[in-house]
Ligand binder design. Structure first.
Ligand SMILES: [Zn+2]
Length: 406
């Protein structure tokens, strides 16, 4: 019988083991390493068996992948007390938090720097208050001096992989800040400027997008594929859409600019030039004016609103909650998220008016029963702005853990 007529084995169509085949195997291995590292990064310590179950790989494959991550210094083993009366302590695998990233955020009133370990541990943080919005140059020099203050500690105890920066503005995928109105920045190549000033690769992202990502990985969005995140502050409203586990970027990274959804035609003038945008109508600035306060953080505002008995302020809050409800109803109809997370000032409004806002996210398509979408207040609070930017810096490492060896 001629060889070509032999029955084909199922593997016969595999390409010969050339360079192409090897790199395909390498790709699978890289993907598996990445999946395991991401898992322990966001979920915390897990046994090898639990890792295998979560990622759908067999025992020996998981053992080999964990061995490689141990060798790379990206994970470590911890022992926990035995759960039963008999048995050995169980060994679990966790992200090694001595692998760190610098987490930086800039707003008109200050610069924050944090040192964040793999796994989301915030090792330290500092803040530099500002009287006015910094120029890109001034900001870079402030950031560099804050990092210098941490440098001895970093060199002694940690492995620094890079820096992540969150900016309240539109950032294109290359890290160019197209416009950041509250900072007065336009077409600013801040990633390159910071990479120079700090001496480590720096990635840049939009403040709200970065917040959404941190919330998705470590907060209320854990294990959820589709989440709408909306955050409010004195400087505006930003949004982030996590779709099938990824941050939806849209053309030039413009997706998620939900703060400029018009909810009150003819209403207050917005910085974008239109009238009645969500960001111009639903803002703590009016409430702070009525309270006679200049600046309150989220926790302080919770307390103040909990005890105040001013009918004017109550009416203003109700007005804002109604407009936010309108926007939320439109967003859940447009994006069908599993969960909506409200952060910052919008989280404060959720705590004052949970019932009204819950109604707004109950979708009632014609002819079927209402579908309740989970509505949650951000769990991350002040930690969010530490962990979020660091995720930008960890992204290349999480995608290709073996790159650390190069
Ligand atoms: Zn606007």
């Amino acid at each position: 019988m001629p060889e070509s007529a032999a029955p084909q084995a199922p593997w016969a169509s595999e390409p010969p083991r050339t360079l192409g085949a090897r790199s395909a195997n390498d790709q699978v291995r890289q993907q598996n390493l990445s999946t395991v590292l991401r898992l322990v990064h966001s979920e915390g310590a897990l046994s090898r068996a639990a890792i295998g179950e979560a990622v759908g790989l067999n025992r020996s494959t998981v053992a080999a992948l964990v061995a490689e991550l141990l060798e790379l210094g990206l994970v470590r083993e911890t022992s926990s007390a035995p759960t039963g009366r008999v048995g050995r302590p169980s060994v679990r695998v966790e992200a090694d938090d001595s692998v760190v990233a610098l987490s930086i955020s800039v707003e008109p009133d200050g610069v924050q720097l944090g040192l964040v370990g793999l796994g989301g541990a915030v090792h330290s943080r500092v803040r530099h208050d500002l009287a006015s919005a910094p120029s890109p140059r001034r900001f870079a020099s402030i950031a560099a001096s804050l990092v210098d203050g941490m440098r001895a500690d970093i060199e002694r105890h940690y492995r620094l992989v890079g820096a992540g920066l969150a900016v309240p503005g539109l950032v294109d995928p290359s890290g160019l800040v197209l416009v950041a109105p509250s900072l007065g920045w336009k077409r600013e190549g801040i990633a390159a400027r910071l990479t120079n000033a700090l001496g480590v690769p720096t990635s840049v992202g939009n403040l709200a997008g970065v917040g959404a990502f941190a919330e998705a990985r470590f907060g209320m969005g854990r294990g959820i594929d589709n989440m709408l995140y909306l955050s409010g502050s004195r400087h505006g409203i930003g949004g982030g859409l996590i779709f099938d586990g990824n941050l939806l970027r849209g053309t030039n990274g413009f997706a998620g600019e939900l703060g400029h959804t018009v909810v009150n035609p003819g209403g207050a003038r917005c910085e974008c030039g239109r009238r009645g945008c969500l960001a111009a109508e639903v803002t703590p600035n009016r409430v702070l004016d009525m309270l006679g306060r200049k600046k309150l953080d989220e926790d302080e505002l919770d307390i103040e609103l909990g005890v105040m008995r001013d009918a004017r302020i109550t009416a203003e809050l109700e007005r804002q909650v109604d407009l936010l409800s309108t926007a939320l109803t439109n967003f859940v109809n447009a994006f069908a998220p599993q969960t909506v997370v409200l952060a910052g000032y919008l989280g404060v409004l959720l705590s004052t008016s949970r019932e009204r806002l819950s109604d707004a996210v109950t979708v009632q398509p014609m002819g079927s029963e209402g579908r309740q979408i989970r509505l949650e207040r951000s769990r991350m609070r002040s930690q969010l702005m530490q962990i979020g930017p660091a995720e930008l810096a960890f992204a290349p490492l999480l995608a290709d853990p073996a790159s650390l060896r190069l």
